[in-house]
Structures are given as C-alpha cells and as structure tokens.
Design a binder for this molecule. Structure first.
Ligand SMILES: CC(C)(COP(=O)(O)OP(=O)(O)OC[C@H]1O[C@@H](n2cnc3c(N)ncnc32)[C@H](O)[C@@H]1OP(=O)(O)O)[C@@H](O)C(=O)NCCC(=O)NCCS
Length: 147
C-alpha cells in the first residue's frame, strides 16, 4: 500500500480539483449534507491520494465567525481508508497552515454523535466551548484551539 500524499487543491481555478472535491464529498458525506461552495474565496482545500487514487479531502475557511480564527470545514475519508489516522493528519495539516498565515487559533463544530471527529479533535488539543453566536444547530458540539 502506498503512503498517503497530501496536496493543496485549487478549486477556484482548477476544474479537475473542483470535480475531485465534489466527488469525494458525495462519496464520504451523507446524501443531504450541503455541498460546499468550493469556489468561494477564503477557502483552503486539500486532496489526499493513495497512489493515483483520491481517498480523502478537507477544507478550512477564514472569516467564518471569528476573524482571528480559521474554521475547519469538512473532512471526508473514503471507507476503505478510514481508521488509519487520516483525519488527524488532516487537522494537523490545516493547523500548520493556519499558524503560518498568522491566525490565532481554530474553531469548528461537529455533530454530537460523530465520535470519531470528537476523538480526533480531543487528540489534537481542542476544547469544547459555547460560542457567542452558534453558527450551526443547537445540538452541534463547538470546539476551539488557541495557538
Ligand atoms: C469522520 C472521518 C473523517 C474520520 O476519518 P478517519 O481518518 O477514518 O478517522 P479514524 O477512524 O482514524 O478515527 C478518528 C478517531 O476516532 C476514534 N474512533 C474510531 N472509531 C470510533 C468509534 N466508533 N467511536 C469512537 N471513537 C472512534 C479513533 O480511534 C481515532 O482516535 P485516536 O486518533 O485518538 O485513535 C470519516 O469517518 C468520514 O469521512 N466520515 C464521514 C464524513 C464525516 O462525518 N466527516 C466529519 C464531519 S465534518
């Protein structure tokens, strides 16, 4: 099995990247999950390949709720590559860029029953909090990490 290769995607300008992100979103998220606008400015996206096969994607957005923080936005791993720590690596990759860009921390939210994402965030040093304005459902869990 080849190693997983992370690359920055450029869905604003590259149609192939955009299509790959959309395909991976359809493969990994439930049917009713809204498709992100991959072309929206302020978004950063990554693709993960194993050999030539695209197996995971993730994103982050600036200016979502807290201007000083970046919002971790979507992460999906195809079924056959789950359970290998890819989500954790995708959090670390996004954190590294957010630090480099000078942001003060990260925020995100997860569904209360998404134990995998919660455990990944705990492992990566996130804390639960109640934001001033809940940007998603009341039942979501809200997380932050300060640099
Ligand atoms: C959520 C998702 C991204 C996780 O990806 P992954 O790389 O396969 O993650 P893992 O299976 O390695 O699990 C991540 C953590 O959860 C733990 N975990 C795995 N299965 C678990 C379970 N059933 N219950 C609780 N914790 C579990 C793992 O041990 C790991 O924690 P650790 O790093 O402390 O060991 C993947 O399952 C997915 O794409 N799901 C569909 C889309 C989705 O829900 N995306 C996230 C919402 S934005």
């Amino acid at each position: 099995m080849s190693a997983h290769r992370f690359t920055r995607a450029d869905p604003q300008h590259d149609e192939e990247d955009r299509d790959l992100l959309r395909d991976l979103h359809k493969l990994t998220f439930w049917e009713t999950a809204p498709m992100p606008d991959f072309e929206e400015p302020g978004g950063y996206w990554w693709l993960v390949h194993c050999g030539r096969e695209p197996v995971a994607f993730c994103g982050m957005r600036e200016g979502y709720t807290y201007p000083t923080h970046v919002y971790l936005y979507r992460a999906g791993v195809v079924h056959s590559h789950q359970g290998r720590g890819l989500q954790r690596r995708m959090v670390r990759t996004r954190e590294a860029l957010a630090r480099k860009l000078g942001f003060r921390g990260l925020v995100t939210d997860t569904s209360y029953d998404n134990y995998r994402s919660s455990n990944t965030l705990i492992r990566c040093g996130f804390r639960l909090f109640i934001p001033r304005v809940r940007w998603s459902f009341d039942t979501q869990l809200y997380w932050h990490k300060e640099f």
